[in-house]
Design a protein around this ligand. Structure first.
Ligand code: CAA
Ligand code: FAD
Length: 378
């Protein structure tokens, strides 16, 4: 067993850390005014972060999942909105296209996405189909050379700024989840409109929208995989996505901890730094331990994926644990900052708001427990 990162992984951490410094400035304003970080996303593309695990022949950086996780961790330490923009794009859109797309689909869609020229979104959830994802109401009627798509998708990350959308829809209702398809939909297709931006608690600088489809004609060649593969496609893609969100949660926790640790050495009460009070030391000790445990689970899930071994349960465990650590750590980071933690300048209140979503999207904590339990009991 090796617990040391190799040179390439160390270099990725360094590069991501350097880049993340530029995210600190303006993070409070982007959060307050819900401004999408366009220039940062462009730079992430130039650095290869928007196509990390895609083969070089499709304009990707050809790196492994561990490198990807390290980059998301470092970026989310500073700005979890940038973390989720990157995660949804890389793990949900690029992974799905690379693993299951045809050569023609990869040439046409994967290349501009992996180079960072275009942004992707993944649309599974609906107003009445979140956790219960098989219950798709959006339909993709088979019309021979095209599908006719009708319905509404909800809560779609990158929804307003994406160019390419992977949309899950029901073609054969009588076949249940085995009748679902995954389709590539381009922005601007007739009948495809973007709903208003959601006004969120956290990750406010990432954009979340509903998507509306009214008789949208999607060419048959835009279907991913065999007829009826769409639900399996979504589930397999989400297995990897959950590693990305685990890394985002890990980053939020580690970022808040670093701020709290530094603050605890500066702030004095009763004639000494607050880190000299045992009550604060115990908080710091728990944070350090839990973050390390979350990191080990996340890196292990990434490693399993890179080894071509099963990783669905480990991805769910990493996502579940890291998200709970993110929530607990950020609450404690605010506590360590006292009143200063409750105002915007110190960043930790934003991190606390950002942490909450990691327990909800890409499968709630309850759904992760369900996935883990089913795996144990199968
Ligand atoms: N890999 C491959 N196939 C899988 C699978 C996996 N990990 N998990 C399930 N399946 C298959 C099953 O084998 C089954 O197919 P067969 O009948 O052909 O064998 C089919 O999918 C249905 O599975 P279940 O019978 O287990 O279905 P269920 O309804 O009981 O439970 C669920 C499914 C696990 C709860 C699933 O609906 C789920 O994961 N829900 C959460 C949805 C989710 O995570 N949404 C995230 C949206 S994206 C997002 O949030 C992005 C973002 O924020 C940035
Ligand atoms: P529900 O499924 O209605 O769940 C409500 C509550 O009931 C939860 O606590 C849940 O855990 C619990 N519950 C439900 N079923 C069970 C059960 N069987 N056992 C125990 N408890 C249960 N979706 C996309 O497709 N693409 C995206 O890019 C995307 N981005 C998102 C970004 C944001 C900011 C948000 C808020 C959501 C995003 N989502 C996205 C949707 C997200 O994945 C869903 O919100 C999530 O899966 C939960 O679904 P729901 O909101 O319908 O809650």
């Amino acid at each position: 067993m090796h617990f040391e990162l190799n040179e390439e992984h160390q270099l990725i951490r360094q590069t991501a850390k350097e880049f993340a410094k530029s995210l600190r400035e303006g993070a409070i304003e982007r959060d307050e005014k819900a401004i999408f970080p366009f220039s940062h996303v462009k730079e992430m593309g130039e650095l290869g972060f928007m196509g990390m695990m895609v083969e070089e022949r499709y304009a990707g950086a050809g790196m492994d999942t561990l490198a990807y996780v390290i980059a998301i961790e470092e970026i989310s330490k500073v700005d979890a909105s940038a973390g989720v923009i990157m995660s949804a794009h890389n793990s949900l859109v690029l992974y799905g296209l690379q693993a299951f797309g045809t050569d023609a689909q990869k040439e046409k869609y994967l290349k501009p996405l992996a180079s960072g020229e275009k942004l992707g979104a993944f649309a599974l959830s609906e107003p009445e189909a979140g956790s219960d994802a098989t219950s798709q109401h959006t339909t993709a009627q088979d019309q021979g050379d095209h599908y006719l798509v009708n319905g509404t998708k909800n809560w779609i990350t990158n929804g307003g700024n994406a160019d390419i959308y992977l949309v899950i829809a029901q073609t054969h209702p009588e076949q249940g989840h085995r009748g679902i398809n995954a389709l590539i939909v381009g922005k601007g297709m007739d009948g495809f409109t973007i709903g208003p931006k959601e006004n969120k608690l956290g990750i406010r600088s990432s954009d979340t929208h509903s998507l509306l489809f009214s008789d949208v004609k999607v060419p048959r060649e835009n279907r991913i995989g065999e007829d009826g593969f769409g639900f399996k496609f979504a589930m397999k893609t989400l297995d990897g996505g959950r590693i990305g969100i685990a890394a985002q949660a890990l980053g939020i926790a580690a970022g808040a901890y670093e701020l709290a640790l530094a603050y605890s050495k500066e702030r004095k009460t009763f004639g000494k730094a607050i880190c000299e009070h045992q009550a604060i030391q115990f908080k710091l000790a728990d944070m350090e331990m839990e973050i390390e445990a979350a990191r080990l689970l996340t890196y292990k899930a990434a490693w399993l994926k890179d080894q071509g071994k099963p990783y669905a349960k480990e991805a769910a465990m990493a996502k579940l644990y890291a998200s709970e650590v993110a929530m607990k750590t950020t609450v404690e980071a605010v506590q360590i900052h006292g009143g200063y933690g409750y105002v915007k300048e110190y960043h930790v209140e934003r991190m606390m708001r950002d942490a909450k979503i990691t327990q909800i999207y890409e499968g709630t904590s309850e759904i992760q427990r369900l996935v883990i339990a089913r795996d144990i009991l199968k």
